[in-house]
Write a protein that binds this ligand. Sequence first.
Ligand code: SF4
Length: 463
Amino acid sequence: MTATSSTTFHTMCPMNCHPTLCGMKAEVKEGKLAHIQGDEGNPDSQGFLCVRGRAAEEIIGNDQRLLYPLARDSRDSQDWRRVSWDDVLDRIANAMANAGGNRVGIWPGHGNGSNDYAVGVKSQLINRFAKMFGAQSWNPTMICWGLGGFGLGLTGVLETSTKEDMGENADLIVMWAANIPSQPNTARYLTAAKRRGARVITIDVRKTETAAQSDDVYLIKPASDPALALAMMHVIIAEGLHDDVFIANHAIGFGALIDHVKQFPPSWAAPITGLSEDQILQLARTYARTKPAMMVIGGSSLHKGPNSWLAARAVSCLPALTGNLGIPGGGIGPRHGSSGHGRSLGDISCTDLPPNGDHIPNQMSEIVEALRTGKIDVLLLPGSNMLSSYPDAHNLAAGLNNVDLVISTDLFLSETARRAADIILPSTSWLEELGCKATNTHLYLMDKVLDAPAETKSFVDVL
Ligand code: SF4
């Protein structure tokens, strides 16, 4: 749907600060974006639109936008020339066919998800394309919260409770490495819970904005979260504060856990975490004795160090141990990439097809190694700025040099496109294509609001 006179469209901010997604109103006059503002009718954000969301307006009509497919003959020069879509698609398709399935890699980035969050139509289509072609397809979450999700999945607590449930029912909220500015839509429910008399605890490595709103603050050393969770479990089990009935009915491995955490008393965790033994005792007792207690785990803060998926694995045992799962106001609160219980959307990504024979794991160091050792001939980067996303940028740059053909699709000339791409495909922005997003409680259709400028295309069309 494209406007020819002044029309206001309801859409969503493209920035995806998950779990916060904000509603946006776009006013279009004579086919051009006139103004964007927060959508007070959006049930999740209720009119909120932060400065970053408001600045998204600058994407539209920006004179730095990529508008035509471009190619160059040498990565040493910025001598880009305009090419036709037909020619460039033929060149990419031929290169992929010559390389063969598993020597082609696709790594979509967050840019790809600007109007495709949680529903995953675009990302699933990319996976489907990769699976059917036999290409390597890597997940963008691996640079962010994916490892935390992996830890939660191993423990069995992938589903989360909603912010609305927190506001109405939680008597204790533990903000574990979770900060309100990172999820502003959760903030009003934290405030609502506090107004009812709920207690708020912050566990973090620094005094955050959330710490300023908390009744108790536990400042711990970086990467000591698993030690704190293990010591809390030690105290809860040793003092008989665990929920026998819930564990008997819903948990497995409790006997092994008892044996395991015996070796992790507060005296062991104190020097690791920087907390005193008394603080650990107090925290464990408060958490176990206040029900319902909701734990909000930071989106990616816990999961950045080596083996740090173990933090999510340890922390997420606590709600099960205390019977805080499956009750109003309990469980794990809103977090990156989580879904609420009962969500059941279709999946078009061909999950039944096995990975091809020479699968390169979805892990940054493995991907860099594969590029460095010449295992990939063609690399497609839809909406992803690889060189600014990977910590090991030096080795990644060397690896990208080994790839015969690198294709970057983006709105602007990114660092990766500038340094490593042979072909640039100009993308549509969130207002120039159809989109769909979901929060834990709502599903949002994002209409196409503007015509795609010049020769920009959605990556769906490119596929
Ligand atoms: S917090 Fe700001 S940038 Fe993030 S989704 Fe909301 S408006 Fe957009």
